[in-house]
Design a protein around this ligand. Structure first.
Ligand code: HEC
Length: 106
């Protein structure tokens, strides 16, 4: 009984820090690409697609793929570097991921 309660509380605590999940975004629309290119210097269709592939491959390994829009855009620059470090990615991966997140964020 007591152990059950401890397990239940730990499960609740653990799930509280995991991100809200969502199906990862599909290929970007021409509008999303154009919007990103008008706001972020040096972004290409190819770099955005690489960011999307990194997101799909890396960001669903420890938890489900996070719902990008559930995190305010202002919080992503703080959260992403710690997740990139956990995923053991390089900084070029981090900037492609950041640009991809920025491009699809509503
Ligand atoms: C090696 C495991 C691991 C990988 C890989 C990983 N995460 Fe996480 N993530 C965690 C853990 C554990 C938490 C729970 C909160 C904490 O401990 O910081 C978390 C929490 C989060 C949160 C919620 C943070 C908050 O403060 O609300 C977001 C968003 C997130 N991860 C995004 C990502 C993204 C994007 C990637 C891909 C770059 C990623 N994660 C890859 C382990 C991982």
């Amino acid at each position: 009984m007591r152990l059950g309660l401890v397990l239940l509380l730990s499960a609740l605590l653990l799930s509280a820090c995991f991100p809200k999940s969502a199906i990862p975004p599909g290929p970007l629309s021409p509008e999303q690409i154009a919007r990103a290119q008008s706001r972020i210097a040096g972004v290409t269709e190819d770099s955005l697609e690489q960011g999307r592939k990194l997101f799909i491959a890396q960001c669903g390994r420890c938890h489900d793929h996070p719902d990008i829009n559930a995190i305010p855009m202002t919080s992503w620059p703080t959260i992403l570097p710690s997740m990139v470090a956990r995923a053991r990615l390089y900084s070029s991966g981090q900037s492609m991921l950041m640009e991809f997140i920025d491009a699809v964020h509503e």
